[in-house]
Design a protein around this ligand. Sequence first.
Ligand SMILES: [Cu+2]
Length: 120
Amino acid sequence: MRIVAALVPLALAASLGVAGCNKSDDPQNLQPVSGEQKVEANEKGFTPSTIAVKKGSTTHLVFTRTTADTCATEVVFPDLGIQKELPVGKPVSVDIPADQDKTLRFACGMGMFNGKVVVK
Ligand SMILES: [Cu+2]
């Protein structure tokens, strides 16, 4: 009984959270991609910022920075030990290990802009 009481506010918070954000950004609603997925780095950060990747696929993300006016001058995948410069207009590829379900976070060099790759 104590467990149920603890779960109710959690479920409420979760549903409010989903309602409050862009649906297309919820990994539950994303169709997993495979092959190549383009990501733009611009003044608002990374677009798309949430990418679902098909488990077992060979997938890479291609980051292209489109403006000088952004903090996203590089992309960092801490879990993969990857840190790559994003020169304006130059596509930069990052291979995604999609062998099992996982969530890989990525960010700009200062951690102000964030994104995630959900392998499912
Ligand atoms: Cu930054």
